[in-house]
Design a protein around this ligand. Structure first.
Ligand SMILES: Nc1ncnc2c1ncn2[C@@H]1O[C@H](COP(=O)(O)OP(=O)(O)O)[C@@H](O)[C@H]1O
Ligand SMILES: [Mg+2]
Length: 318
C-alpha cells in the first residue's frame, strides 16, 4: 500500500475518494497556537522584559522558528484580546497602518445622495466622514483601552527604508492624529476598527493610548534596521532548536511522544543536526513529515525515504 491513494495520475474519476483528516495545524477555522507553542530558552524573559518596559520586542531568526506565533501565546495567557496583525511588504506605509480614508467612496456616496435628492427622495441620508475611515492595525492598537492590545508587526525587514523611522515616532509618543477629522472640525467620530465589526468613538481627531500595546516585530534579518530604532526595542534571536525543544514541540503539536532510539527520533536528530550545520529547514517541515510518517499507513523503504526528501528540502534552495 502506498501512503497516498488520493490522486493517482491515471485520469480515472473516483468521486468517492475521501481525504484524510487534516493535520491539527491545517484545520479550519484555525485553532489558537497558544497551547502548542513551546518557548525556546530565554524567550519568556525577553517577553516579560518587553511587557514590563512597554517596549516592542523584536524577534529575529530563520523562517519557521515560531517568530510570528509567540504573540498568540502571550495574548492568550494575558487576555489581551485578538492579536492585531500588520504584515509588512515593501509597499506598507505608516499611514495605512494607522487608518485609511476612503475619499473615492465618499465622493461616490455624495453623488448617490444627489441623485436621490433629484429623484425626490425625502431622506437621501447625510454626509458622514466617519463611515469612510477605518483604523488600521497600529491605529487600533493605540486606542485607549483598559488592557494593552497585542500587535504583531510581521516581517519588518521587508519594509521600505523610511518605515522604521516613521514608526519610531508614533511608538515614542503613543498617539496620532486623523487629519481628515481635524480638518473638518468633527467633534466625535465613530470609527470602524481593524479586524472586526467593533467601533470606537474618537474625540476631535486625536488618538492617545492609555496602555501601550504589547508589540512583537519579527525579522528574518534581510535588512539591517536603523540603530535608533533598535535602541528602543528589546531584541531576541530565536536560538537553533535543541532535540529537547523539538521533542516538546512534536509532543504538543502531534500529541506524540517520540520514543528514544526509534526511526522518528533519528529524524528529529537529523533535523537538529541540519539546522546546526546552517541548513534552512523549518520545524513545520518536520511536523508535516512526522504527521505523514506516523499516519495509518506505515511506510516502508524506499517510499519512506522519498517522502522524507520531498518534505525536508532545504528552503534556501526552494
Ligand atoms: N517553538 C515552537 N513551538 C511550537 N510550534 C512551533 C515552534 N516553532 C515553530 N513552530 C511551528 O512552526 C510553524 C511556523 O511558525 P511561524 O511562527 O510561522 O514561524 P516564523 O514566523 O518564524 O517563520 C507554526 O505552525 C508553529 O506553530
Ligand atoms: Mg513569520
Amino acid at each position: 500500500m502506498t501512503w497516498n491513494p488520493y490522486y493517482r495520475g491515471d485520469g480515472v474519476v473516483r468521486e468517492d475518494t475521501r481525504l484524510p483528516d487534516p493535520p491539527p495545524w491545517r484545520s479550519f477555522p484555525r485553532a489558537s497556537a497558544a497551547e502548542v507553542f513551546q518557548p525556546p530558552e530565554g524567550l519568556v524573559d525577553a517577553v516579560n522584559a518587553s511587557l514590563a518596559l512597554r517596549r516592542p520586542l523584536l524577534i529575529t531568526g530563520s523562517p519557521g522558528t515560531g517568530k510570528s506565533t509567540v504573540i498568540e501565546q502571550v495574548a492568550e495567557e494575558l487576555a489581551l484580546g485578538p492579536v492585531l496583525r500588520w504584515h509588512i511588504t515593501s509597499r506598507s506605509t505608516l499611514a495605512d497602518a494607522l487608518y485609511r480614508y476612503d475619499a473615492l467612496g465618499r465622493i461616490h456616496a455624495h453623488q448617490l445622495r444627489q441623485d436621490k435628492r433629484r429623484g425626490g427622495d425625502p431622506d437621501p441620508g447625510e454626509d458622514d466622514i466617519a463611515a469612510f475611515i477605518t483604523l488600521g492595525p497600529l491605529g487600533t492598537a493605540l486606542l485607549p483601552s483598559p488592557r494593552p492590545r497585542a500587535l504583531l508587526i510581521d516581517e519588518i525587514d521587508k519594509a521600505d527604508l523610511d518605515l522604521p523611522g516613521d514608526l519610531l515616532d508614533v511608538l515614542e509618543r503613543g498617539e496620532y492624529r486623523i487629519e481628515e477629522l481635524l480638518r473638518e472640525g468633527q467633534e466625535t467620530a465613530r470609527l470602524r476598527l481593524w479586524g472586526g465589526d467593533t467601533t470606537h468613538v474618537v474625540q476631535r481627531g486625536r488618538v492617545q493610548c492609555t496602555e501601550f500595546p504589547f508589540i512583537v516585530m519579527t525579522s528574518n534579518g534581510e535588512q539591517e534596521l536603523p540603530a535608533p530604532f533598535l535602541r528602543r526595542c528589546l531584541r531576541y534571536t530565536m536560538p537553533r532548536p535543541t532535540p529537547a525543544l523539538v521533542r516538546e514541540v512534536v509532543r504538543r503539536h502531534l500529541r506524540l511522544d517520540v520514543p528514544e532510539g526509534g526511526p522518528l527520533a533519528a529524524l528529529i536528530d537529523d533535523f537538529v543536526r541540519r539546522v546546526a550545520a546552517g541548513e534552512s529547514v523549518a520545524i513545520d517541515q518536520l511536523l508535516s513529515t512526522l504527521h505523514l510518517l506516523d499516519g495509518p499507513a506505515r511506510l516502508e523503504e524506499p517510499e519512506r525515504g522519498k517522502l522524507i526528501s520531498l518534505l525536508m528540502k532545504d528552503l534556501s534552495g526552494a
